[in-house]
Design a protein around this ligand. Structure first.
Ligand code: DA2
Length: 288
């Protein structure tokens, strides 16, 4: 089993993550809290109340975990394509796989990555949602002191299953949308690259960026539900399950609720995924 895709997926995931984390914090706040009037209001409030550090809350942990999960996504994707088409990564330029194979490989990567991602994503969302300032003296102490404390507290208060809260929504979000992600990337690369040649850096950047947007636009409705289910373990339970969360969110806030965070998700998706794909292709190319 080729392992370089796992390595390249890891490093490129980390680069994309650092770039995208401030956008991600704003997105999570907009999806789960009602005290912000929009993206600008949220950014200004975070900056005023929590300083620049507020945008980077909970980043060290995803860097050490979500980036590893990205390696699962790219590694599983590439190895599934190898199993489906019996062609190595190098051979695939001359013999491109069908879009059906690309979609199936992307979905397979999506299922496995969501399984690994669930507890890490939960901790990230809980930490990002803490609004207490770390720099203002006299501010109340946040509930979670850091990722390890957060994991231990969830385990103690909500049981081991609590660490997988929202994991169904996460899997439903990631499976088809990661199929869409890789199909969009392949389609755009092929469209702008002469047959049999390697896509240029500009093509990889644009194709990666649009792949990110396409996957996040389709993922946003379940992303909202996932974030709400993840926050639901705190205090009184508001939802009885995924469906109940969808129905009550819709009843209380209308159809627009499913598109909360869409603009910020798309704005974040372009640079993050342009950088992720460019560095991924770069590392694979330089390792041979
Ligand atoms: C749930 N969706 C849409 C995705 N996971 N899409 C793939 C993008 C992965 C990238 N690390 C990012 O965070 O944008």
């Amino acid at each position: 089993m080729p392992v370089e895709e796992f390595m390249a997926g890891w490093i490129s995931g980390a680069l994309g993550l650092v770039l995208g984390h401030p956008f991600d914090t704003v997105k999570v706040r907009l999806q789960t809290q009602t005290s912000y009037r929009g993206i600008m209001d949220c950014m200004v409030k975070i900056y005023r109340h929590e300083s620049l550090l507020g945008f980077f809350k909970g980043m060290s942990f995803p860097l050490a975990s979500v980036a590893v999960v990205n390696s699962v996504l790219f590694g599983v994707y590439s190895n599934t394509l190898l199993a489906l088409t019996a062609t190595s990564r190098q051979e695939r330029r001359a013999q491109p796989p069908s879009y059906t194979h690309v979609f199936i490989a992307g979905c397979t990567g999506g299922v496995l990555q969501s399984y690994c991602l669930a507890p890490f994503d939960l901790i990230k969302v809980r930490l990002q949602n803490q609004t207490e300032s770390r720099v203002q003296p006299g501010s109340p102490r946040p509930r979670y002191q850091g990722p390890v404390h957060c994991a231990a507290t969830i385990f103690r208060e909500e049981g081991p299953r609590g660490l997988f809260r929202g994991s169904w929504a996460l899997m439903l979000r990631d499976t088809p949308t990661l199929g869409i992600y890789f199909v969009t990337y392949e389609r755009l690369c092929r469209q702008y690259t002469p047959d049999g040649q390697t896509p240029s850096s500009a093509t990889v950047l644009v194709a990666g960026g649009f792949a990110g947007i396409a996957s996040w636009v389709t993922a946003t409705p379940l992303d909202v539900i996932k974030s709400r289910m993840q926050m639901d373990g705190l205090g009184r339970r508001a939802y009885q399950g995924l469906l109940d969360c969808m129905v009550s969110s819709f009843r209380q806030e209308g159809l627009g609720v499913f598109f909360r965070g869409l603009t910020i998700n798309s704005a974040r998706a372009f640079p993050v995924n342009a950088v992720t794909f460019l560095s991924y292709e770069y590392f694979l190319h330089s390792w041979g």
